[in-house]
Write a protein that binds this ligand. Sequence first.
Ligand code: SAM
Length: 283
Amino acid sequence: MKQSYKKSRPARQEGFRHKHSLGQNFLTDAALLESLIDEAGVGAEDHILEIGPGGGDMTRLLSGRCKTVTAVEIDRDLIPILRVVMDRAENFTLVEGDILRVNLPEIMMGKTPFHVVANIPYYLTTDLMNLLLGSDLPIRSINVMVQKEAAQRVLARPSTPEYGPLAIRAQYYTSPRLARVVEAACFTPPPKVDSAFLCMPWRDAPAVNVRDERRFFKIVNAAFALRRKTLCNNLIPAFRISREEAEAWLSRANLPATIRGEALTLQQFADLANAETDDPSPI
Ligand code: SAM
């Protein structure tokens, strides 16, 4: 199954023009791409979902190293190029479409569990993270190139400006780590900011014990709705409860009435979600 890597630049040879609107900053350096795949830790037994294969440089390496590669590409101009680049790869499936709209359970059918490995378009980072972290697909890991500041939002700790629903969702389901910072100059064309390759292996069990995940994430979203407000003041409208009820709820979770949402650890959010409330229909 192993393929030799040709250092050609098919996308450029075909006179392809990169589209800024689709976040097309390509990576073509084989050594760098190999090292990213090493960081993802994927191998011969693994099924891969690649989001935005672009000119196919990473796709070709993944196909040589992994069991199957399924790639979803939105740009019609890249489809014929990818078909040529991936011509002889029997373990490769190309899906033309928008990753946010394709039927992922259908296209990954028979290729589960799977790992996501991709240099994603940065404009999609939050939507993609929400899609993958919120899905109940059997995902083993998410390994993605993102803007450095997006990586900081995933890795953020409580009481920092970057901490928010994305960090909590990511750290609840996965164990994210910053594998590499990649300079803008490594991309064609270079983006305006440096990037970071995030490796997020899925946890065997969520980081904290939560009885009702919908309630947990509703609290998390409410806590950051207005960052300058206290947690209490954010819970009142979100759960349609009185100040007294909100303060009693915080107290049952051993939290002071004045605390801000951004100060809570995952465990404290879980304690709040698991604490009994007087409200019979809190969601
Ligand atoms: N993987 C290639 C590489 O590393 O050179 C290209 C990466 S480039 C940052 C992002 C890719 O995602 C582009 O090929 C772009 O056309 C594609 N893309 C953008 N929006 C997309 C979407 N909604 N669904 C699927 N692919 C998308």
